[in-house]
Design a binder for this molecule. Structure first.
Ligand code: 6MZ
Length: 342
C-alpha cells in the first residue's frame, strides 16, 4: 500500500471498511433527518423550526442541554423508527461494515411511548434496516442520573429483548458527566453481565470531576471504555494492564472542550503504545463529523498512512461485542478489501 496524498485521503477513508462502536442514536441525527422530523412536528410545536445545532460549544455542559430539543423530535415510536433507520443508512453509506448503536430507553406519557415501546421501535428499525454490507447491533444505555430502580428497569428491558432478538449485545453508562454516581448503579451493571451475559462499556473520565469514581468503574472490569480522556495514574495502570479497549471520539472531545486540540488528543499515546482503541463518532449529528472524517482527522493529525489506517480499522474488529464467528467473517471481509485495494 502506498502513502497517501492529501487529495485522495478522504476518498480512501470513505472506502475503507470501518467499525463504529460508539454512536448515540439521538446524537447521530443528521441535519436532513432533523429537518424531516421538524417538518413532521412543526404544526403542533412551531418553536422547533427555530432550532439550530450550534457551530461550537463553550463547554461540555452546553452539549447535554441540546437534547432537550432533540428529544422533542423523537418523542413517539414512529419518529424513533424513522430516526434509527436514517442513522443506519448514513453509517452504511459512510463505509461502516459493523455498527454498534447505543440508546437510552425513554418514555413520553403524552404520546403513550414507554421505555419498552421506545426500545421496540429501535430494535424493529435495526432488524428491518439490516444492510447487505453492514451488521447493526444495539447497546442499551443507562443514564448516570438514573436511580438504581430505573437502571434495573433498563436491564430488565435488555433481558426481555434478548429473548426475542439477537440485536442487543451490551449495556453502557452514559449521560451528563457532572451528574449522578456510578456506585449507586453498579448492581444493575453486574446483573446485566451475570444474567444476560451482556458486554459492558462505560463512559469514563471525560472530565476531571469523574476521576474520583474511576476505581469503582474499573472494579467491574468493563469490556470497553468510552473516551478515557483523563487517565490519572491509577486509571492508566489499570487500563493498560487489563488492555481495555478505548472508544475514541476526537471531534466530540475537541468540540465539547474536554480536549484542547487535536494534536493534544490522548489517542496519540494509545497509538504510540499500541493500546487497543476504536475510532468512533459519538454524536455525528451534533458534532458534524462522520466516521470517515474521524479517520481523516487521525491521519492528518498523527501522520498515519494507508497501512496504519487499515490496521486501526482491522484491529477494531477484535474489540466489538460480537461472537467469534462474526469477527472472523469481518476479518475475512477486511482482508479481501485490502487485497482489492493494494
Ligand atoms: C456522555 C453522552 C455523550 O441515548 O438518547 N451522550 N453521554 N458523554 C457524551 N459525550 C459527549 N454523548 C451522548 O443519545 C443521546 C444521549 O446520549 C448521551 C446523553 O445522555 C444523551 O442524552 P440517546 O440515543
Amino acid at each position: 500500500m502506498t502513502n497517501l496524498s492529501d487529495s485522495n485521503l478522504s476518498d480512501f477513508c470513505l472506502k475503507l471498511p470501518k467499525i463504529e462502536a460508539h454512536a448515540h442514536i439521538n446524537g447521530s441525527l443528521s441535519p436532513s433527518t432533523m429537518r424531516a422530523l421538524v417538518a413532521r412536528k412543526v404544526d403542533v410545536n412551531p418553536e422547533l423550526a427555530a432550532f439550530e445545532i450550534p457551530d461550537s460549544l463553550n463547554c461540555i455542559d452546553d452539549f447535554f442541554s441540546l437534547f432537550k430539543f432533540i428529544y422533542q423530535l423523537t418523542d413517539d415510536e414512529a419518529s424513533v423508527t424513522f430516526a434509527t433507520q436514517k442513522v443506519i443508512e448514513e453509517f452504511a453509506a459512510d463505509g461502516v461494515r459493523y455498527l454498534e448503536l447505543r440508546t437510552t430507553p425513554r418514555a413520553n406519557a403524552d404520546k403513550g411511548m414507554t421505555k419498552h415501546s421506545y426500545l421496540q421501535a429501535v430494535i424493529q428499525a435495526i432488524e428491518q434496516q439490516q444492510q447487505a454490507n453492514m451488521k447493526t447491533r444495539l447497546i442499551i444505555s443507562i443514564d448516570r442520573r438514573n436511580t438504581l430502580e430505573e437502571a434495573q428497569e433498563t436491564v430488565d428491558l435488555a433481558l426481555h429483548f434478548q429473548q426475542c432478538s439477537n440485536v442487543v449485545v451490551g449495556v453502557d453508562l452514559c449521560g451528563d458527566v457532572m451528574k449522578g454516581s456510578f456506585l449507586a448503579l453498579k448492581p444493575a451493571f453486574e446483573r446485566a453481565r451475570q444474567q444476560g451475559g451482556f458486554k459492558l462499556t462505560l463512559h469514563f473520565n471525560e472530565v476531571a470531576e469523574n476521576i474520583p469514581e474511576a476505581p469503582e468503574l474499573l472494579s467491574i472490569r468493563p469490556d470497553r471504555l468510552g473516551h478515557a480522556t483523563l487517565l490519572d495514574d491509577y486509571s492508566r495502570t489499570t487500563v493498560y494492564q487489563q488492555a481495555i479497549p478505548v472508544e475514541i471520539c476526537m471531534t466530540s472531545n475537541v468540540f465539547s472542550k474536554t480536549v484542547a486540540t487535536y494534536e493534544d488528543h490522548h489517542v496519540k499515546q494509545l497509538l504510540e503504545e499500541d493500546h487497543p482503541f476504536i475510532l468512533c463518532t459519538d454524536d455525528k449529528g451534533v458534532f458534524g463529523s462522520d466516521l470517515s472524517n474521524e479517520y481523516v482527522l487521525a491521519a492528518k493529525t498523527f501522520g498515519l498512512d494507508r497501512h496504519q489506517l487499515f490496521e486501526a480499522s482491522f484491529k477494531s474488529i477484535d474489540y466489538v461485542f460480537a461472537d467469534q464467528e462474526t469477527k472472523d467473517q469481518l476479518k475475512a471481509d477486511w482482508l479481501a478489501w485490502k487485497k482489492d485495494n493494494q
